[in-house]
Design a protein. Structure first.
Length: 315
């Protein structure tokens, strides 16, 4: 899958409680990236009684291809079983999260904590690869835990001969508090070239839109660019379109309707309300409208608030 993408390709970053199937379908309407990722899904939860609580993270529709399932956890055997299931589910790739900087996650020895447990990291990659058979296995990581360790850690990951390696240009300690170190991401590209590998290098951190992604690819030589929070600034960031106020409001209603249709009462509508600020901004009266929309408990309530505000502004 990775080898046949146009270059530089774009990816919508995995974001927990954001990039679910509903959001990916909405982003597709606004301007589709070349690849989608699911939110991270815990393999230990998936292979236990808690399965029902996490399986919704792997839900997707046909229009979301190519789509990569992102997984994390601690038990190689669970990676193996999950990878086999992901093949059956029709995913185009499997990504292992080795970057999450959450304290509890690090304490449990998962994700970026694997930087200090290469034996387990190698077992996880191997188990996933065995289960994935022909599907490509990739890793998403950061450039270090407490200090920058790009050559050591990313060099080691490259030696695992992955389909792709996504590098978020910050250490776990830096969270998202400093600008991403794109020069470090550039070093990973050079390492890959020195090692004469085919692994695709994907850069991630602070990229605003497709135009910015193309610029980063040109400067740092990455094959692809992943955009996370840039999508909150402009949902149309993969098409470089600047939406009008009406387009924004129309898309918010579509999003809320699809959200309700897909999740019904299985998720709380408060999760949907979190998206309001991504749509309602940039014009006089936006913050008042936002405040009203934050009280809505359904798509039809949102619609009513928006149509009332239209009547008020045209008076
Ligand atoms: C709300 C939120 C949830 C996230 N969830 C995940 C996740 O499930 N898996 C993952 O690999 N990264 C996750 N990330 C990190 C992003 O994928 C990305 O690496 C990070 O936001 C930096 O990229 P950006 O500067 O373009 O946002 C999350 C980030 C945010 C803001």
């Amino acid at each position: 899958m990775w080898q046949i993408l146009p270059k530089p390709f774009t990816i919508l970053a995995p974001m927990e409680e954001v990039t679910d199937t509903v959001f990916r379908q909405i982003v597709t309407r606004a301007g589709k990236p070349d690849v989608f990722f699911t939110e991270f899904c815990n393999v230990d939860g998936l292979q236990s009684k808690g399965r029902e609580k996490v399986i919704h993270r792997l839900q997707y529709t046909k229009g979301e291809h190519p789509i990569v399932a992102q997984i994390w956890g601690n038990t190689p055997e669970h990676y193996y079983t999950t990878a086999k299931e992901l093949v059956e589910m029709g995913f185009d790739g499997i990504d292992i999260n080795m970057g999450c900087p959450e304290k509890d996650v690090i304490k449990s020895g998962s994700c970026i904590a694997l930087i200090n447990n290469r034996t387990l990291a190698a077992e996880i990659i191997d188990a996933t690869r065995r289960g994935a058979r022909k599907l490509p296995v990739s890793v998403k990581t950061r450039i270090g835990l407490n200090t920058i360790a790009t050559e050591d850690w990313c060099g080691w990951l490259l030696s695992q001969n992955l389909g792709a390696l996504t590098v978020h240009g910050r250490t776990a300690k830096e969270q998202s508090m400093v600008p991403a170190h794109w020069d470090e991401i550039g070093k990973v590209v050079k390492l890959r070239d020195q090692m004469k590998l085919k692994t695709m290098i994907i850069g991630n951190g602070d990229v605003r839109d497709k135009h910015d992604a193309e610029e980063k690819a040109l400067i740092y030589g990455v094959d692809g660019v992943m955009i996370g929070r840039g999508i909150f600034e402009n949902l149309w960031c993969f098409s470089n379109h600047q939406p009008t106020k009406d387009e924004r409001l129309h898309m918010l209603i579509e999003h809320a309707r699809l959200w309700e249709k897909t999740w019904g009462s299985t998720k709380h509508f408060a999760i949907m309300r979190k998206f309001v600020k991504a749509y309602v901004k940039g014009w006089d009266g936006a913050s008042e409208l936002r405040a009203k929309l934050m009280t809505a408990n359904s798509a039809s309530e949102m619609e009513k608030i928006i149509s009332t505000s239209h009547v008020e502004t045209s008076k």
